[in-house]
Design a protein around this ligand. Structure first.
Ligand SMILES: Cc1ncc(COP(=O)(O)O)c(C=O)c1O
Length: 388
């Protein structure tokens, strides 16, 4: 039986090939260092676990309202007040099954068939698939080091057509870890607003920023849509919980979509997340952010010293998107060979778009420092062979 053309049009993750190969090597007894997976290695902080256990034991396992537990929406509103100084009514917040659910709702409520959405390439691959899934058209805008791999107002102008209805920015970005400049986010929001389109900003990695403190797009304009998640900064990937903040006029449409697509976000995860903004959890998360920074501060210069090109210092997330063209013409083959020869798994650029993917590889520094040190020693052995 054939799957739909829509399903066939969705590209698989090439990193899955790398992962399968890594697992096969592990089954043979090889020691593999995993730097391919975009997921923090830390477990969920204890206060969050405790809140979840309590809720489950207390019988809080039924559906919540489609837009989420009212008290969690209030907590998220308070988070914007405390962290960014932004007043956001809870009525403008929807709790969702991960940022993934939030992105699907955002695109679903904003775009009709044939509408175009601009997004940076390289970028998070699911975004273009969310767009195609609803018969909208993802327009991939090639970005490079000169714009820190982010959209800028001139780039948005250049790719704008009369069909453009949305622009999507992820800051910090996956796979590059780079930030969009606050003023660019503000100006792109204004540009969209003036042309009856909407800026969507994915701030999932905002909690993992190591230089400066970017402002949320909600501080610049009321008519943007902001996506966030408990997955990365709060170390809750498997709990499947995120949120979006949207203009009040979109909330009714978002609620109807959420009711029909998901009924509600997962209840135990929502009760768990009530503990995510406590002072106790904050201290744990802050220590982990500093640990991530220490990892970046080790791995970035080490890779540069080995000969990878990383012209822009990534200020956030836990990714380094490195140009490996000095070592190989095809980064996928480079990843395969590095895995086979020295047991370090990384992700080929192909997973993130069409902009010179054969030159790039993504390192996720989701392993402790001693493991990263071992990885660098192994990569040194490997690339000294590649260059010879
Ligand atoms: C930029 C970006 N947005 C969204 C997501 C989806 O995250 P979630 O686990 O919250 O669905 C990811 C996951 O890797 C991501 O990197």
């Amino acid at each position: 039986m054939n799957s739909s053309r829509r399903a066939q049009g969705i590209a698989p993750f090439h990193v899955m090939d790398i992962l399968a190969r890594a697992k096969a090597l592990e089954a043979q007894g090889r020691d593999i260092i995993h730097l391919e997976v975009g997921e923090p290695d830390f477990s969920t902080p204890e206060p969050i676990l405790k809140a979840a256990m309590q809720a489950i034991r207390g019988g809080d396992v039924h559906y919540t309202p489609a837009l989420g537990l009212p008290e969690l929406r209030e907590e998220i509103a308070a988070f914007y007040r405390t962290r960014y100084g932004v007043e956001l009514p809870a009525a403008r917040i929807a709790v969702t099954p991960g940022a993934s659910g939030a992105l699907l709702l955002a695109l679903g409520v904003l775009l009709d068939a044939g509408d175009e959405i601009l997004m940076a390439d390289p970028g998070y691959p699911c975004n273009r698939h969310f767009a195609s899934f609803i018969d909208a058209v993802p327009v991939r805008v090639p970005v490079g080091a000169e714009s820190a791999f982010q959209l800028t107002p001139p780039l948005v102008e250049r790719y704008w057509t009369e069909k453009t209805k949305a622009v999507l920015i992820a800051s910090p970005s996956n796979p590059t870890g780079t930030l969009a400049r606050d003023e660019d986010v503000r100006d792109i929001a204004a540009l969209c607003s003036a042309r009856c389109a909407t800026l969507i900003v994915d701030e999932i990695y905002h909690g993992l920023v190591y230089e400066g403190s970017p402002q949320t797009a909600l501080a610049h304009a009321d008519d943007v849509v902001v996506v966030n998640s408990f997955s990365k900064h709060f170390h809750m990937t498997g709990w499947r919980l995120g949120w979006l903040a949207a203009p009040v006029g979109l909330m009714e449409g978002i609620e109807r979509l959420a009711q029909n697509l998901f009924l509600a976000p997962p209840t135990p995860a929502q009760f768990a997340a009530l503990a995510a903004f406590s002072q106790e959890t904050h201290s744990i998360l802050e220590a982990r952010r500093l640990e991530m920074k220490a990892r970046r501060d080790f791995l970035l210069p080490a890779l540069r010293e080995l000969g990878f090109s990383l012209p822009v210092t990534p200020q956030g997330a836990f990714y380094l998107y490195a140009d490996a063209s000095r070592f190989a013409a095809d980064s996928f083959v480079f990843c395969e060979q590095m895995l086979d020869e020295v047991g370090v798994a990384i992700t080929p650029g192909e997973d993130f778009g069409e902009t010179a993917p054969e030159r790039y590889v993504r390192f996720a520094y989701t392993r402790p420092l001693p493991v990263l040190q071992e990885a660098v020693a192994r990569i040194r052995n490997f690339v000294s062979g590649s260059q010879a």
